[in-house]
Ligand binder design. Structure first.
Ligand code: GUN
Length: 288
């Protein structure tokens, strides 16, 4: 069996076309969705990420601003900037690119963002909303994974989903989203004993560890759906995921490639969250 690929580029194009349509409709009502992206320091990977986020906004008709600050920026100055953006009616989403320099407390910074503008979904209020199935912003990468499952018409109810990785950004929210769709969810991590025994029982596997070849063909049940969140480099410097793609592709029913899988979906869901933040403002009737 050769797995069907879930194409994150094609799905992103489809979802972004919808974002553009909804953005145009909102602009007609006098509201342009706006995203503020804050970068502190010179981390080369972060510079690429923020550039891509701003470009994606431009391509879909959203307003965006990119604030670049030197690594020497104080925590107090950053908190002041966030406070100003919280009150800026032209900005509906605020994203502070991580990691931050060591002298800045990232938790404090994330908690300073208004939950109404937390389009990354990292605020404790957003995490709490997800945990209790209340409206709120979902972290973009696991949200993108859910859209990929939706795109193949996958029914999660009663299925066994195994998440490898327990980060606050991917693993934990991913598990909660799968649970919300009535899957039976197992979270595996670095202290898990006999990972293979667990993944072999899985109907869906999400690999989000940041380690090459954490999932190999012998660990996958025939026909399982495999989503690869990993972003690693091999010996030749080529981008690769957490999954041994060539091997697992022969066993799985569906698989996401790296590159061109989950990666593009993350930025797409950021656009969706920003648009939704603006739509929610529009839905509030200020005349009463
Ligand atoms: N650093 C790596 N990924 C992300 C992300 O999705 N959001 C933010 N803010 N920082 C990141």
């Amino acid at each position: 069996m050769t797995a069907q690929r879930i194409d994150g580029i094609a799905l992103s194009q489809k979802l972004r076309a919808d974002v553009t349509l909804r953005t145009t409709a909102l602009k007609a009502k006098g509201i342009t969705p706006g995203l503020a992206v804050i970068l502190v320091g010179e981390n080369p990977a972060s510079q690429v990420y923020v550039r891509n986020k701003v470009k994606a906004c431009e391509d879909s008709g959203l307003h965006s601003i990119l604030e670049k600050h030197p690594a020497s920026l104080t925590e107090a100055a950053l908190l002041n900037r966030i406070d100003a953006l919280n009150h800026d009616t032209g900005i509906h989403g605020i994203l502070v690119q991580l990691p931050l320099p060591a002298h800045i407390d990232a938790h404090k910074v994330i908690e300073a963002i208004s939950p109404a503008k937390d389009v990354d979904g990292f605020h404790i209020a957003s995490a709490g909303a997800l945990m209790t199935s209340m409206p709120g912003f979902w972290p973009c990468t696991p949200y993108g994974c859910m859209k990929m499952l939706e795109s193949i018409g996958y029914e999660l109810k009663g299925k066994h989903a195994v998440v490898i990785g327990r980060s606050n950004i991917v693993g934990k929210p991913m598990a909660l989203m799968l649970l919300q769709k009535n899957a039976t969810v197992t979270i595996c991590h670095s202290a898990t004993q006999d990972l293979k025994a667990i993944t072999l029982q899985a109907d869906v596997i999400v690999a989000a560890v940041g380690k090459r070849n954490i999932l190999t063909a012998d660990m996958v049940k025939p026909g399982a759906v495999v989503l690869d969140v990993g972003m690693n480099r091999n010996e030749e410097g080529k981008l690769c995921g957490d999954v041994d793609f060539a091997g697992v592709e022969q066993v799985a029913g569906y698989i996401t490639p790296v590159p061109g899988g989950v990666g593009p979906m993350t930025i797409t869901m950021l656009l969706v969250n920003t648009l939704e933040a603006a739509e929610r403002i529009q839905a509030i009737d200020f005349s009463v």
